[in-house]
Design a protein around this ligand. Structure first.
Ligand SMILES: [Zn+2]
Length: 182
């Protein structure tokens, strides 16, 4: 097999460091092909162009009269909010409802969007935009997932959020700011 020749910037995650065309297997090249002057990985044989975007994910402050839904990841010292990646072609608001259900067993209705943040990460899934949502818990049965158990905590007893969970921290801050402004 030919030795890889293309080098990639540090923030390109390994699964996106293509060396050969995924369509026709020809060795790829990097060249400016549009008038935006951005060098892009492309296939000189079939014209395939690698167009990667930031990953999109959602974080949800899901609440009812008992409090706010948290997940308790077993390997972390703090808690997190339900969160996950938006699937290709999926509306982020629907992804938010889906993630709340998958990670807590609760049915939720999306309320306000609390903003978004950009997270410059070099590990999977790479640079990421996180959309922060507020949602009302309207039903379901509280249960955990492979992310850990799930629990509803009253706002004033909500545990510390895990340090790496930037999106959960920012979503909670935005939610508290919103409550303070009402
Ligand atoms: Zn090709």
């Amino acid at each position: 097999m030919k030795q890889p020749e293309l080098t990639y910037p540090e923030n390109v995650i390994p699964p996106l460091r293509f060396q050969f065309c995924p369509m026709c297997t020809a060795p790829l090249t990097r060249a400016v092909i549009f008038d935006d002057n951005i060098p892009r990985i492309n296939c000189p044989e079939c014209g395939w162009i690698q167009l990667s975007s930031d990953a999109v994910s959602v974080v949800v402050v899901a609440h009812n009269q008992q409090g706010i839904a948290a997940i308790l990841p077993p390997d972390e010292t703090g808690v997190g909010l339900p969160a996950g990646l938006v699937e290709y072609g999926e509306d982020p608001a629907e992804a938010a409802i889906r993630e709340v259900f998958e990670e807590t067993g609760l049915e939720a209705k999306i309320g306000d969007c609390l903003g978004w943040i950009y997270v410059d990460r070099t590990n999977w899934p790479g640079p990421m935009i996180q959309i922060l949502y507020e949602a009302e818990i309207i039903g379901g049965q509280l249960k955990g997932s492979d992310e850990g158990s799930a629990q509803i905590f009253p706002l004033n007893e909500f545990p510390a959020i895990s340090t790496p969970r930037t999106g959960s921290q920012r979503a909670m801050q935005a939610y508290l700011t919103k409550l303070g402004n009402n």
